[in-house]
Design a protein around this ligand. Sequence first.
Ligand code: GTP
Ligand code: MG
Length: 448
Amino acid sequence: MTVFDTIVAECSFPAKSSLSIIRLTGKDAFNIFQNIIKRDVSKLEFRKTHYLKLYKDINDLNTIIDHAVVVLYDGKHSFAGEDTVEFYVHGSRVIVNELIETLIHFGARRALGGEFSQKAYLNGKLDLTEAEAINQLINARTSKSKKFALKTLEGDSSKEIKAMKEELNYLTAQIEVDIDYPEYEESIDIVQRIQEVVPPMLNKAKELLKGSRQSTYLFNGIRVVIIGEPNVGKSTLLNKILNQDKAIVTSIPGTTRDIVEGEKEIDGILYKFYDTAGIREEAGEIEKIGIEKTYKVLKDADIILLLIEKGRKIDEEIDNLEVKSLIENKPCLYISTKKDLVGENEYADISISKDDENLDKLYKLIQEKLNIDEYLDTGFASQRDLDILEVFVERLEEIVRDLKDGLTVDVMESGLIEATRCLDQMLGVESTLEDIYSTVFKYFCVGK
Ligand SMILES: Nc1nc2c(ncn2[C@@H]2O[C@H](COP(=O)(O)OP(=O)(O)OP(=O)(O)O)[C@@H](O)[C@H]2O)c(=O)[nH]1
Ligand SMILES: [Mg+2]
């Protein structure tokens, strides 16, 4: 099995439907296809629809698989960058299975998950970031995540990475020229060039990193954990958010013991809300297990809603709940409940009541706390890109430090090369010395 095999798979959802789409891609695609139609494949025009009878065996007229619409793509114009035949057949499972089995019989192999995109990447049709965007697009569950994935697919973010890479290659090229051709009359102050380029690039990279962290929200959802003392109204709030009777609500403190969770889309973003066991000292055995679960789910929270009682100051409330260390580094909103009974609470970010008409104000506060709108349209949403971007920022920070410390250019050159390597990893390419030299020849006229 190799990446060069001709592969086949159903692209549409595998269920009974009016139509199903099957894709055959690889160097033998047209030869394999020739085995199941009577017409001469070489006479079929590319990127035009053809209405054809598909046979299991063209010598036997009784073996028709289906009448289908077929489109052929030459490698240059196909998604995966290799010869492709796309079949639009009637969506019966029998037809789909017969067609795929027949194509396999004539030499194709069943495609693995993501293999068409992998071919597209290997054939230079997509960079890695764009390939990941396809996966994100298919898996997008909200309008905003779809929009973001489309934007990444159009290569907006890759363009920024490529532009930074070009700048770094240019710097490295200038250093190389300076070393190899010290007599070159247009030789410039390299340190000054690094000073001009790297600090602004660091700012840009930090912005991308911030945006990327935000963007992961789009695909993983935002985890909102509701905590507070027993009976404060946590389950009531969850039910109101979800608009359903999900958690049991009673006037008995300690009602909720397990974590109760539910999802809600707000302004195109998926939120996962977690209602927890009320935290208190004098809990019984079962309740204590519930409180342990509360602590666990708190660790993975993106934002915490701390429900508080009227009149108690925030610090007192946190001390009382002994959750200080867990919520210290997380965004947290203080919400006073039962406004209808106790009125507004001056210490809280917002006061709410179960009879409130809607919770829009609370949702706005959550979005503001997480800076949702500010960064949502920048950066990358995959964990892989995020990890590499973090290293990239570190590398640029090192160069900025080296600049301050007055270190030599050759020390900084290795930093620049390492930073470039990060960008290459993101794009899934490898910068070679040739790339750098081609930059030399592009911008300088050395030895002309
Ligand atoms: N009047 C009034 N009562 C409320 C409000 N919110 C909750 N309650 C009542 O307060 C009691 C406790 O509510 P829950 O939502 O079960 O409180 P909880 O924080 O989940 O409690 P535990 O699960 O025990 O930790 C119930 O009797 C609710 O009806 C409110 O805004 N106004
Ligand atoms: Mg509860």
